[in-house]
Design a protein around this ligand. Sequence first.
Ligand code: MG
Length: 221
Amino acid sequence: MYLHQDNLGNPIDLPVGKVVCVGRNYLDHIDEMRSAVPDEPLLFMKPKAALCDMSQPLVIPLDKGECQNELEVAVLLKHPLCKADQEEAIKAIWGVGLALDFTLRELQRDLKEKGLPWERCKSFDFSCPVSGFVPASQIADLQDLTFSLTVNGQQRQSGHTALMLHKVADLLSHMSQVFTLDAGDIIITGTPKGVEALKPGDELTAALDGHVSVSTTVAGK
Ligand code: MG
């Protein structure tokens, strides 16, 4: 069962909540998907059953077409937010880590074409592996963080949070106008380019500046 942890592996005393996800928040990924820049943040959710520990072998569906990596900066909340401004939003952050937003890409294309919601391609069990979280007090600037993903020794994704179209404070405030965010919820903030299929046996390393580095494998080989 998933429980929040800090970057040293200590448990964090917060309930496990929902995951609120942002789509199309980096221009290079919008370009690679040939998608349009949204007028306002594109939001979707994953249930808590989607959460798992990124350092454990990653379980992906093998019978539903390509399952692609999307490495994203994740934010863990320690206070609820309802119709919050950006200042309140920043104060509600417990810490920052990394998440993988696993995506069944072929199924997503099919759902998009039919105008159907994305839960079937984005919100399945174990679709959101997360790292430990670095306390916010150790992060000088949320919008000045680099993050990267290597797969089998080759760099596949590299991002910088300065390049977010909607910054973290803006995202949290915006979300909280639509629905209440709770203590223990995780927000994942969008992927840069480099989304590709994963396969059993792949070896991944995800890093967030000098704060977090997780090496893991895709299970099933
Ligand atoms: Mg994503």
